[in-house]
Ligand binder design. Structure first.
Ligand SMILES: C[S@@+](CC[C@H](N)C(=O)[O-])C[C@H]1O[C@@H](n2cnc3c(N)ncnc32)[C@H](O)[C@@H]1O
Length: 265
């Protein structure tokens, strides 16, 4: 139980702010979660309720910290890997494979599990590549950069790749693994907000934007999809999450038969 009383008006002000900054649509079911997060952040920032609310309104970094509670950063290695494996196979069979580094953008990368998953598979095929991995949340990017994971996040990693690309922790790191430098060196983590940041002028051979649009409404998803479209090379790939769909959105991607959640420009 927490003692915060959030009026309807305050809730709707918070909801509008979170929507404007992150595209995330809060519903009233998140009220208790919001209250407990506010209580926690009040303790951390040593502010009263009223002070904290005005601080939040004036501080985008704090809003992003706040948003971390209402989204999930849940991710794991080799999650929904069918579309990734397909992209890797297709890239490997291109005539210029090996002649130039493939460029991939993982656009809501959370703690890094997904970009490292892609990196491992490209490295295992001896393909040169670079991956840009972005997220709105500073804290997940810190975890991603550290590259240390609990063993249970790696249950789906094929054993030979596990042995080749991870170091097993010992002592206080028993039960953890660290991604090897030879993989981490290919992945650059940066903060990027899919809603408020401008389209990237760089062009990528594939963009993965998975399991974030589930938090967006249709107009927001449509804007994000069309923004990312601009940063994909002709014939490049666009992967979304298995629970997401481009159906009912206006976009120019073509679907790929038998590979759900994967599109081509
Ligand atoms: C459930 S995780 C998805 C992780 C990974 N893509 C996967 O499929 O396993 C969703 C991520 O989206 C991020 N996110 C939420 N809103 C965002 C926004 N407006 N721009 C960029 N990232 C955002 C969250 O911080 C979170 O790390």
């Amino acid at each position: 139980m927490n003692s915060i009383v959030l009026s309807k008006k305050q809730f709707y002000e918070l909801k509008d702010m979170v929507y404007a900054i992150s595209g995330i649509n809060l519903h009233e079911g998140k009220l208790e979660l919001l209250k407990s997060k506010i209580a926690k952040r009040m303790r951390v920032t040593k502010k009263s309720f009223a002070e904290y609310l005005s601080y939040l309104h004036a501080n985008e970094k704090e809003v992003i910290e706040f948003i971390d509670t209402v989204t999930t950063n849940h991710s794991f290695f080799f999650r929904e890997n069918r579309s990734i494996a397909y992209i890797v196979n297709q890239l490997a069979s291109q005539p210029d494979a090996g002649k130039r580094p493939f460029k991939i953008w993982c656009a809501a990368c959370s703690t890094g599990d997904e970009p490292y998953t892609i990196a491992i598979q490209l490295a295992a095929r001896n393909l040169p590549f670079s991956i840009l991995a972005t997220d709105i949340s500073h804290s997940v990017l810190e975890t991603a950069t550290r590259g240390i994971y609990r063993n249970d996040k790696l249950k789906n990693v094929p054993v030979p790749l596990l042995h080749r690309y991870f170091q097993r922790g010992s002592g206080k790191y028993k039960g953890f693994v660290r991604i090897k430098k030879e993989i981490a060196n290919h992945v650059r983590f940066e903060q990027y907000n899919l809603i408020t940041d401008a389209p990237l002028s760089d062009k990528f051979d594939a963009i993965s934007c998975r399991n974030v649009m589930i938090y967006f409404d249709m107009p927001t998803s449509e804007r994000v999809v069309n923004k990312l479209y601009q940063s994909i090379n002709p014939q490049g790939y666009f992967a979304i999450g298995n629970a997401e769909s481009l159906m009912n959105l206006n976009h120019r991607f073509k679907s790929i038969p038998k590979i759900p959640s994967l599109y081509i420009k």
